[in-house]
Design a protein around this ligand. Structure first.
Ligand code: SF4
Ligand code: FES
Length: 134
């Protein structure tokens, strides 16, 4: 898990959940650029714009947490119900109020978004790791 921060938000990137859809790179190239180090430039846009781009990450690999000043009280009851979308030639994208429990009973994710492998080739099952592309 990698973390990036500015004064207002902490951005987290979990490489194990990334399905390499490049949505973030296309959406905000001034912030997300794999040719740069660090690959996330927290000065490249406002926190608001960065959060909107992260909301488009289909796998949940990117997430953010507002700092205490901006934080609104979290109410899981208000989270949207689970929704599962089939991605063409790709994973099942799960969003909303849905926990993912592993075969040994461990919690892999408390809620969406996350992407479930549908092709059987992921080395990080049950999560998709982008292997379906090959
Ligand atoms: S899954 Fe998320 S972090 Fe990975 S490339 Fe796509 S948008 Fe970026
Ligand atoms: S669906 Fe992406 S690795 Fe299987």
């Amino acid at each position: 898990m990698k973390q990036y921060t500015n004064d207002e938000i902490n951005v987290r990137w979990d490489p194990e959940k990334c399905i390499h859809s490049a949505e973030c790179l296309k959406c905000l190239p001034g912030v997300f650029d794999v040719d740069k180090s660090p690959w996330i430039n927290m000065e490249g846009a406002t926190s608001e714009v960065i959060m909107k781009a992260i909301d488009r990450c289909p796998s949940g690999a990117l997430s953010y947490k507002k700092n205490e000043k901006l934080q609104a009280p979290r109410d899981l009851g208000q989270a949207p119900p689970a929704q599962i979308r089939v991605m063409k030639d790709g994973p099942l994208l799960v969003r909303g109020r849905c926990a993912l429990i592993g075969e040994n009973g461990e919690t892999i994710a408390e809620e969406g978004p996350f992407a479930l492998c549908r092709c059987g080739r992921s080395k990080n099952k049950p999560l998709c790791d982008g292997s379906h592309k090959s």
